[in-house]
Design a protein around this ligand. Structure first.
Ligand code: SAH
Length: 213
């Protein structure tokens, strides 16, 4: 159904992501193939292919393309990976993961966003993403364990419940820190109690908030 509107803008965005260090061709292709302008207000369609975050409903944001790309690259997505996303937001990140062949579960705490994305994703052909309404701090115990977990809101600590829902050898990518500017970290689960932590630069995110709305 996508007519590749803004094709030139999409290619320009992909070039920019490449320059910023995104080397995975499948991820870059996702930014060509997924119509990001459908995920934001129609009046601002041109903004969809700029490398910026943008406001969506419920005072939330669709993450900047570079942020989506780097978090996805750090997750090292393999076809068939079972991935939990915390913070569905616009649904764009979930679609990128599904595009790469992952089996995606995504949780959102804002009912308004959950309802609109539940209608919207199937309408653009992404009906395989499993959307859940709830508090991401609790993870999705019914579907655990996961190969990978991606948190798209800023956490003050590594959420222990989510760590428990990760397979041994699994990876969790999250922005973590105590101020507005957070460290992008990758946590690899070595055993039930041990992890290895790597850092990948500073990013801005909306906060990871407890409870549902
Ligand atoms: N991945 C999104 C980014 C959305 S911004 C995208 O591609 O557009 C982060 C989202 O996390 C917001 O929608 C916010 O409501 C949600 N969020 C924050 N705390 C949460 C929690 N405890 N559980 C689930 N979602 C949460």
């Amino acid at each position: 159904m996508d007519t590749y509107r803004h094709k030139g803008l999409r290619q320009k965005l992909v070039q920019e992501l490449g320059k910023k260090g995104i080397s995975d061709q499948n991820i870059l292709q996702a930014f060509i193939d997924i119509p990001r302008h459908y995920f934001i207000d129609k009046a601002f369609a041109d903004w969809a292919y700029k490398d910026v975050a943008f406001p969506i409903d419920a005072d939330q944001t669709i993450s900047q393309p570079y942020t989506v790309a780097i978090q996805t690259q750090l997750l090292d997505v393999k076809k068939g990976d079972k991935i939990l996303e915390i913070g569905t937001g616009s649904g764009f990140q979930a679609c990128v993961l599904a595009y790469l062949g992952a089996k995606v579960y995504s949780i959102e705490r804002q009912k308004k966003l959950f309802d609109s994305v539940s209608e919207f994703l199937p309408s653009i052909g992404f009906n395989q993403v499993r959307l859940l309404y709830g508090d991401g701090y609790l993870g999705a115990p019914r579907f655990a364990p996961f190969d990978k977990i991606i948190v798209t809101a800023g956490a003050t600590e590594i959420p222990q419940v989510l760590f428990q829902q990760l397979k041994i050898g699994g990876i969790m990518v999250l922005p973590q820190g105590k101020s507005e500017v957070l460290d992008m970290i990758r946590v690899t689960k070595i055993s039930e109690t041990e992890h290895q932590k790597e850092e990948f630069g500073k990013f801005r995110f909306v906060p990871f908030v407890k409870g549902v709305q």
